[in-house]
Design a protein around this ligand. Structure first.
Ligand code: SF4
Length: 251
């Protein structure tokens, strides 16, 4: 079996083993509640749940204070983001249990993330800002390979890439078109930006924010009039507004 599959199977076995042991212990404690081991197990459980609750409370408090003050030192935002990233999958699952769609929870997460980046009041120069665009913005019939180099676009105006490149030129920022997380990570590694402005759907944006933490990522959701991943659109006004907000007079 290949190593990658062995790892997954190994973790799966460990998870099943932990479940069986937990069930066995639970059954034992139900039969013998006076056993001293029961108290240790209860203590361990309380420390685990209590620790997670404390971390959540701490993060919630910091997010609220940062948002109310409208300012937050980068180290604090970075710590809050780390906790948010840790709790994010749990919150998504909790939302699912309550009948809230994954898209709704992810969009809300992106909104909070944007606010946290905003209150950092970063001083970003155009050269250190990377604009990441999803490949699905490109017209599906366009033959030009813009993921290698966005400037391969012939600027025919049939899709938003033309206007987005004009915006990037106007604000003198780096721009890359990516097909997914791997290319996005490569672009970040290559250009080492101080901050990223990313356009994507809820799923890609939230996973990009989580993957890149603590790198500040501003997210703008795309529009999908033809369904997901096909001839998508983005509000140029929203992109320009965000560029202005990030760069201000530094452009
Ligand atoms: S604007 Fe550029 S990317 Fe879009 S269809 Fe025209 S050539 Fe292709």
């Amino acid at each position: 079996m290949p190593a990658r599959k062995r790892l997954f199977m190994g973790l799966f076995m460990l998870f099943t083993f932990i479940l069986i042991i937990s069930l066995a212990l639970l059954a034992f404690f139900l039969v013998r509640p006076e056993a001293p081991l029961f108290h240790y197990a209860l203590l361990f459980f309380l420390i685990l749940v209590g620790g997670t609750a404390l971390v959540s409370l701490f993060a919630l408090g910091l997010i609220t204070i940062s948002l109310l003050r409208g300012a937050s030192p980068p180290w604090l935002s970075s710590a809050v983001k780390k906790v948010m990233v840790f709790l994010f999958p749990i919150i998504v699952q909790l939302g699912r249990l309550l009948g809230i769609t994954q898209d709704q929870v992810q969009a809300s997460f992106i909104g909070i993330n944007n606010k946290l980046v905003e209150v950092e009041n970063l001083e970003v120069t155009p050269q250190r800002l990377l604009v990441l665009l999803p490949h699905c913005l490109q017209n599906e019939d366009c033959p030009y390979k813009i993921t290698l180099d966005p400037h391969n676009c012939q600027r025919c105006g049939k899709c938003p890439i033309d206007s987005l490149l004009s915006l990037a030129e106007k604000w003198q920022v780096n721009v890359q078109v990516v097909t997914g997380g791997t290319l996005a990570r490569r672009a970040v590694k290559m250009l080492r930006p101080q901050c990223v402005l990313a356009v994507a759907c809820e799923r890609d944006l939230s996973s990009g924010i989580v993957d890149s933490a603590p790198l500040p990522v501003w997210g703008i959701l795309n529009e999908r009039p033809m369904g997901p991943c096909r001839n998508t659109l983005v509000s140029l006004g929203a992109v320009e507004e965000k560029l202005e907000e990030i760069l201000g007079s530094r452009a």
